[in-house]
Design a protein around this ligand. Structure first.
Ligand SMILES: [Zn+2]
Ligand SMILES: [Zn+2]
Ligand SMILES: [Zn+2]
Length: 480
């Protein structure tokens, strides 16, 4: 699987009790076998792959999904909670046989529908499915109470030859009483009385022995009935103890009927035909972010500190902070734009910009974040490390600061000196979440040396970009 690997999904795994980051396609392949038998027709598997991908996509931030509300930080969990409402996901884990023929079929179904989801007006639908509708699917309002335009009743006799078309279940009266919390007294008390249309014309002698009886329209002498039924005497009565319930279909009946899909596939329908049959008025389209735009819709103002003649820090080797700040900001701008964000810079050249002009830009643009980029300085050249500042009380600023710090430490070897509050002008005056990154001490000869290297500056920009991604729960792979 090549394309769309850049859509990352944070999956809470019950077995590991933590979040793993998987590509969307890998996740679809993992959960597909537990939602449909892998032996089903190829087009039915494809339709199911699109269905499952749609249900994952709904949870993602790019669609304003809420993620898993039980496991914070996860887009989705594998405990069954996030997907349980769609249908009964099979409980058996279909793992292990990842090299077998079935796994090949699964991979093919996922790969050939790569990135495709079901939408109405650009929003992923709730892609319900069930095993067998038993003749017709359901209108959503009859099941969930909500009318959904794409979950309309459609007739389906495609599933009629399937094993799930008719399902029998025998329940004893005691069980029925218990499950429904009722008493069947009146019914049970009919011991020995006629059952209309079945046991009639009962003739007993004064001792209660049956002289003759009609069962199923046929007359028997009491002694014959006793022998044929293997009873111990002709003084017998009867009482029903079990009822056989017969249900047509299997599942809630919403959305796609899987046995129907399989039969449609056998008759030559494509997965697109199948989806369009069971979901009314939907489109099949590429998932957003599939072109590498996980930050689509996000706006940032980057503020390269200093410029012109304002008093920036200078390293012992002569490297100027304002130049490093601008270089990193320009690199970061490119990375964020590639990820789909809209980015503004407070300066693009070595020009002085008033602090108030910088914050004005933030307040006019109303970005999701205003990020000021600096290198630190101190009279003592031994001092080194990275500090990130946010405005007191800005919880999102703090969280973003921590995400960025984590990546700077891991990917750029930064020394974490804290994500802290400060009352800096830009933080205070920018009326949006804002951060001031004091990336490295340019006055420290070792850190200055690193900053002189454009490869290192690229790495720093990437770490900040990755930190921003992980804030939005798109965990980019770490730089090695
Ligand atoms: Zn969940
Ligand atoms: Zn059906
Ligand atoms: Zn500075």
């Amino acid at each position: 699987m090549k394309a769309y690997d850049d859509i990352c999904v944070r999956v809470y795994r019950e077995s590991e009790k933590e979040c793993a980051v998987l590509s969307l396609e890998t996740l679809v392949a993992e959960i597909l076998p537990s939602s449909i038998p892998a032996e089903f027709e190829g087009e039915a598997l494809r339709a199911q792959a699109v269905v499952m991908r749609t249900n994952i996509a709904r949870q993602l931030p790019v669609y304003n999904g809420r993620g898993c509300d039980v496991h914070p930080g996860a887009d989705i969990c594998d405990t069954g909670h996030c997907l349980r409402w769609m249908s009964r996901i099979r409980q058996e884990k279909v793992e292990g046989d990842k090299k077998g023929q079935n796994w090949e079929r699964i991979i093919r179904a996922v790969d050939s529908t790569r990135g495709e989801i079901i939408v109405v007006k650009d929003r992923p639908v709730i892609a319900y499915f069930h095993e067998c509708c038993g003749g017709a699917t359901e209108n959503s309002e009859n099941i969930t109470g909500n009318r959904m335009v794409y979950l309309r009743k459609v007739l389906c006799d495609y599933c009629k030859d399937s094993a799930a078309w008719e399902n029998e279940r025998d329940l004893s009266l005691e069980e029925i009483e218990e499950r429904l919390d009722i008493r069947a007294d009146g019914f049970v008390a009919t011991k020995g009385s006629p059952i209309e249309g079945f046991i009639e014309d009962i003739d007993r002698d004064s001792e209660g022995r049956i002289r003759s009886i009609r069962i199923g329209g046929k007359y028997f002498k009491g002694t014959d009935a006793k022998d044929l039924l293997g009873l111990t005497s002709t003084r017998f009565g009867w009482r029903p103890v079990t009822l056989r319930f017969i249900s047509g279909g299997k599942g809630h009946g919403l959305g796609m009927c899987q046995y129907g899909a399989a039969a449609m596939a056998r008759e030559g329908s494509s997965y697109r035909d199948i989806i369009n049959y069971y979901f009314t008025g939907v489109d099949i389209t590429a998932v957003k972010g599939g072109s590498g735009t996980p930050l689509a819709g996000k706006v940032f103002v980057l503020d390269p500190g200093h410029g012109g003649d304002d008093g920036d820090n200078t390293g012992p080797g002569g490297l100027k902070e304002k130049d490093v700040n601008l270089d990193i900001a320009l690199r970061l701008e490119k990375m964020l734009e590639e990820a789909g964000a809209k980015v503004f810079l407070t300066r693009r050249k070595d020009t002085g910009v008033l602090l108030s002009d910088r914050t004005d830009m933030a307040n006019k643009t109303r970005p999701h974040f205003f990020i000021s980029i600096h290198q630190n300085g101190f009279f003592n050249p031994v001092v080194s490390g990275t500090e990130i500042y946010y405005y007191n009380g800005d919880a999102e600023g703090e969280r973003m600061g921590r995400c960025i710090m984590e990546r700077l430490v891991e990917e750029a070897g930064a020394l974490d000196k804290g994500v802290k509050t400060a009352n800096f002008f830009v933080l205070r005056e920018a009326k949006v979440s804002s951060l001031q990154l004091e990336l490295f001490y340019i006055t420290n000869p070792r850190e200055e040396k690193r900053l002189e290297d454009s490869g290192f500056r690229e790495r720093v920009a990437r770490a900040v970009s990755n930190g921003i991604m992980s804030y939005y729960r798109y965990s980019a792979p770490k730089q090695r």
